[in-house]
Design a protein around this ligand. Structure first.
Ligand SMILES: Nc1ncnc2c1ncn2[C@@H]1O[C@H](COP(=O)(O)OP(=O)(O)OP(=O)(O)O)[C@@H](O)[C@H]1O
Ligand SMILES: [Mg+2]
Length: 319
């Protein structure tokens, strides 16, 4: 079984990012120019004949994200590069391509815009997207001292509802809604990282999905934990976990071990009533975090209407 985010560190601390990864502008985690294997450290190089890599944003397990510049347009872009050593791994290659294809089907102000997908001369594929000069929700919560005020948290959720309405209507489920995959650029929320996404119309039978569980355990729905077939309501549960974390400073379940965390998602009630202060949000959070998808909001649009009916607005005045 393969959990996307699982490393020995995250098995012990499933809510945290693996220690080996960095997220700073100069966050190289291994030194040197490593065309030989990891495709890390490409700063200064031009790839695809037109993108000059400027700095590392993040090195992950299979990919690096860089800030780069389109040389002719003189415009910043973000580039996700699959490690060169994986280029002969057909399954990884197809999954990376699928990430690009699914993101390319979407066009919405609250979804990071896909711009290009290409294969470098060295043979590694890369995805080019708009560059978002903002913070991730994880960083926003930390910078705010542990939690966000209700109006801001609800505004972020409302903008994510708009993103999900579009994605779900296009037949795409994100499957990895987490505070690391949501960025705020000025007053605009951007959903990123379609690496775990699935299209309901996907007919790519070449892509091996067996024994695979997708997502970030802290934010995974009960059905995702049980490796059941997912639909759009799984994203609503994960969004509920993110909402809960923005309001309280902690995710609904903080179990340290993966097995305990999975069990909690499946059978423990989240302490919404004791931890969430705004009475308008308690029933909303409970419905988003319902164990049975049938008991959740049927759609992101229903959730949006409910938040608006309670007086919340999508507009962000400050972050
Ligand atoms: N378009 C972008 N503009 C600016 N920063 C970005 C952009 N896309 C991604 N990032 C940064 O890079 C990080 C990793 O990106 P992403 O989640 O797409 O990659 P990943 O390989 O799937 O990583 P992970 O396994 O950590 O999810 C994000 O958390 C964010 O900080
Ligand atoms: Mg990510």
């Amino acid at each position: 079984m393969y959990y996307k985010k699982m490393t020995s560190n995250s098995i012990n601390n499933p809510g945290q990012e693996p220690e080996s990864e960095s997220n700073s502008a100069s966050g190289h985690t291994e030194g040197g120019n490593e065309f030989s294997g990891s495709t890390k450290g490409l700063s200064g190089q031009v790839i695809g004949g037109r993108y000059k890599i400027e700095e590392t944003i993040k090195d992950s397990r299979h990919t690096s994200v860089y800030k780069a510049r389109h040389l002719l347009l003189d415009k910043p872009v973000a580039i996700k590069v699959m490690f060169l050593k994986l280029k002969d791994n057909e399954n990884m290659f197809l999954r990376f391509k699928r990430e690009a294809k699914l993101a390319a089907e979407l066009s919405h102000v609250n979804i990071c815009t896909m711009q290009d997908y290409w294969i470098s001369e060295e043979g590694f594929p890369f995805i080019v997207t708009e560059f978002i000069s903002g913070k991730r929700v994880t960083d926003l919560v930390k910078a705010a001292g542990g939690k966000l005020d209700e109006e801001l948290a609800a505004a972020i959720v409302l903008q994510l509802c708009a993103a999900l309405i579009h994605a779900h209507r296009t037949g795409i489920i994100h499957r990895d809604i987490s505070p690391q995959n949501i960025m705020i650029d000025g007053g605009t929320v951007k959903l990123i990282d379609f690496g775990m996404a699935k299209s309901l119309y996907d007919t790519d039978s070449n892509l091996s999905m067996e024994n695979t569980v997708y997502g970030t355990p802290t934010f995974m729905s009960p059905e995702q934990c049980m490796r059941k077939e997912l639909d759009h309501r799984s994203d609503i549960y994960s969004l509920g976990c993110v909402f809960y974390m923005m309001l309280t400073g902690l995710p609904p379940f903080r179990e340290q071990g993966l097995i305990d965390l999975v069990r909690a998602h499946i059978s423990r009630e989240p302490p919404v009533e004791t931890e969430v202060k705004d009475p308008r949000l308690i029933p909303i959070l409970k419905k988003m975090l319902a164990k049975n998808p049938d008991d959740r909001y049927f759609s992101a649009s229903k959730l949006q209407s409910e938040l608006e009916a309670q007086g919340f607005k999508a507009q962000i005045s400050r972050t």
